[in-house]
Every structure is written in C-alpha cells, then in structure tokens.
Unconditional design. Sequence first.
Length: 543
Amino acid sequence: MGIFDYKRLESSSNPRRILRQTPLPMEGSPRLGPKGLIKKHEFVRILIQCLYSIGYEKSASCLELESGISCKSDDFQLLESQISSGNWDGCVDTLNAIKDLTDDTRAAALFLVFKQCLLEYLSCGDDKLAVAILQKEVSALQVDRDKVHNLARSILSWKEVEQSKIDDNAVRELRKKLLQELEKWLPSPITLPEHRLEHLVETAVLSQIESCMYHNLSDEVSLYADHSCSRDQIPTETVQILTEHKNEVWFVQFSNDGEYLASSSSDCTAIIWKVPEDGRVTLKHTLRSHHNPVSFVAWSPDDSKLLTCGNVEVLKLWDVETGTCKHTFGDPGFIVSSCAWFPDSKRLVCGSSDPEKGIYMWDCDGNELKAWRGMRMPKILDLAVTPDGQNLISIFSDKEIRILNVGTNAERVISEDHSITSLSISGDSKFFIVNLNSQEIHMWDVAGEWVRPQKYMGHKQSKYVIRSCFGGLNSTFIASGSENAQVYIWNRRNHRPIEVLRGHSMTVNCVSWNHRRPQLLASASDDHSIRIWGSSLSNKIQP
C-alpha cells in the first residue's frame, strides 16, 4: 500500500468515459482542407470539445462514439479516474510517466496533487501523514519556496482551529477543481486549451479584419464569407457644407459623445453645432467674445463645457447648453497656444507660446492648481492630455515632444528632425501623432517602446499649421488636412493614403472624426467652409 492510499470515492457514472479511445492516428493520417493542413483527428477532437462547452452534450457524446475519438486524451482520462477515486499513488505515477512534460510543468502538477492530498489527510485527522508528504514529497519539488511555506502554514492553521472533517460531497468538488487546474497546466495533446475552436475562428476573423483596409463597423463580421469591407465603410463623400463662418476656419472638433461639433475661425468666433441622429448638422450657438481669431477649441470629457483659445489672446470657458462664457483665464498679456482637459472635466491645462509662462493647470473657476515654467520650459506649441489622465504630452522648441507622467513626474523627450505643427492622441491613450512641416505624419507610442515612429505621407504641408486626427473603429484610421485643399485618410497599417477627399478650394487646416459615428468626418478650410463627410451610401445634403 502506497503512502497516498486513502478512502477512495467511487466516481459517478459518465457515458463520456465509457468510450474506449482509439490510439492517436500516426503520421500520414487523414487530413482536411484544400491544402491538407488540418489533421482530421485533431479537428474532430476540437469539435467535440466545442460541442461540450456550448451545451450540446448528447451531440458531443454521439460524435465521440461515431468517430472513436475522445475529447480527452487517454492520459487525462486515467488521471481523471485516479483523482476521482483518490488513487494518489496512481496519479503521481501517471504524471511521472507522461512524456514531453517540462520539469517545471511536472513539478507544478505534482504540487497541486500533493496539496489536495494534504487537505484530505488533514480533514480526517491524519496529521502525521500530511507532514510526511510535505517533508518527503513537496519539499523535493522544484517549485516556488513561498508556495511550500504557505502549504506548511496551512497545516498549522488546520491544527490550531481544529477544522471539522470535510464531507464526501465537498471532497468531490475539490477533486473536480483539481482536475480543472491540471487541465490548465498540462499541455496539448494531453489536454486541449479552453474554447480552442472559438479561439481558432476568432484568430482567423481577426486576421481578415487586420488585412481589411476599410474595416470600420464592429457588427460587419460574418462567418459565412471571408471578411472584406468596401470604401463605403468610411466617410468619402460630402454630405453637408457649413458656411456660417465669415472667414478662414482654423479648427474643428466633434464632442466626445458625437452629438456636437465645435469650430473656430479667423472671424473671431467659435460655433457650437448640433449633430442629430439624422446627420444634418445645425447651428446651436455662435460664441462671440474673443477680439482676435479663435485658433483652438477643446471639449470637456463630459461635453458640458468648451474651451476656446484666441490667437495671441486669453482662454475662455463656455457653457455648452446656454452658450454663455463662464470664465476667462489669464490676462491680456497671457498668450495661449493650446489647451486640454483632464478626465474629471474639472481640471484643465493650457500652454503658452511665451517661454516665461510655460504650462498652467487650473480648475474651472480659474484657481491655479499647478504650473510648469522656467528655464526648462520653452514656448509650448501644442499639448494634450491622454484620455486616461496619466500623461501630459506637449510640443515645444519646434522639434521636441515631452511626455510627462502626471502622477510620478517621470518624463521622456522625443526629438524630431523637422518642425512639429500639431499633436493628436488616440482614444485608448496608447498612441499619438504629430504633423511635421516635412510633409509627414509620425505616430509614436506613449509607453516609449518604439525606437522609431510609424510614418504616413502623401499630403502637402510646408507653410501652415495642419492638424490630423485618429478616427474610425478602434482609432484604426488617421485623417489629415493638407495645403492642396484635400483631406487624406490612412489606415494605420499603411503609410500611403487609402483615400483622398476633394471638395475644398483652399488649404484644409483641421479634421475631426466623430467618436461615436465612425462614418462621419468634418474638415475646416481657408475657403470659409466646414465640410461634413459621410459614407458614399449617405444621402447628400445641400448647404
């Protein structure tokens, strides 16, 4: 009698286990698929697992019987039988006899078995046997010493509190959990990874999506055919032209919920537009308070407030619902270049093109919360806060990017070879893009894992400030204005544009992609207009 012999519980009858598994097919066994890449027995086994996992147990059992292939391997069925009956000697022998297990995997599996033994021996009061297993068997395993120490402490805890005996039902449940844990540790083909068929299908679908240059809708994936989207999925046609501004339109941005659009112009005004479900944009408020052209706007994350930056002027806070100015930040000598919000919609930052001013953080009442200024803070050209609020990214000294972790104050500086004109951050806070006057857009990762940026080219930019943005489903696309009066769209995986949109007659200064409606894009131009771009399937709307 071995050291692990203990009261054995008879395993319940299970029709799945009655099946006698045929030997695994050898080399040259039948294969499936046009190219013969799929081994038939593996395919059938995975089908059986899938049927069991989605609740079709009768169908799975019938397929096992008809095919002679079991969902579980002979080795695992033997382990299942031994663990269910408490045959710990046999269980240990089986694990030691399985070939192709790494030392770490074998040790981890044995540790789980010994742990179950100890628990059961302690519950029946056999402390000496539990200690013997701990000293002779567990201590010899090459596993994390902390695990061994924790197991030793558990023995003392059981003895101190004098735990009552675990009943048979509880033992059965613990043994089932042990089997589930072993399934996670043991490699294939001894066990199959959970939901293997679903994983394979999802991987195939994702591969097709990633190779689709126009994928832009989450519900457009079907298993009935290979996935491919047409250009109809992205905004390529002008559906509306807005002409309320009386001079060049410099900036445009959709609200975070996609229900509003804000624009600013050299006519010294900003406009809040309503974007209803039918897509026809209408004017909500014209904001008149600046004495100079308005160069920049920023929506609060909750979309209840809007910031506007005057060109060589102060920063103003507006109530979106009423269109009233709630606060003016700074004084006539404070020159604001850009601004951004923190996720709580209560704190904001602005950068100044005056080297002595730097960056200020305010609350909505104008109270200064923090400032970054001095010799190490030259003039700020643009800045942004990542949507998660962790990083403040700023453009300064024309060619440098500073990424500041707001919580730790750790910072990283990236140097570009050409002057940077603008900055935009992806919705997941992982990436940002900068426009350069070298007629390139560079995408960097916020975490700093990339040594070189991804580059996008094709648009025209050498003289003016041109602004780009992320857009579409999962920020898959990048859009940018251009000095040749066109709008350019790239898929992030391709450095050349997939679409060039024509319609404006002068420089396109800024673009914005609707966050909630991935088929809606806005562009602002020196031709005094804003164009709303939609899918080619959309109905065109006259100005």
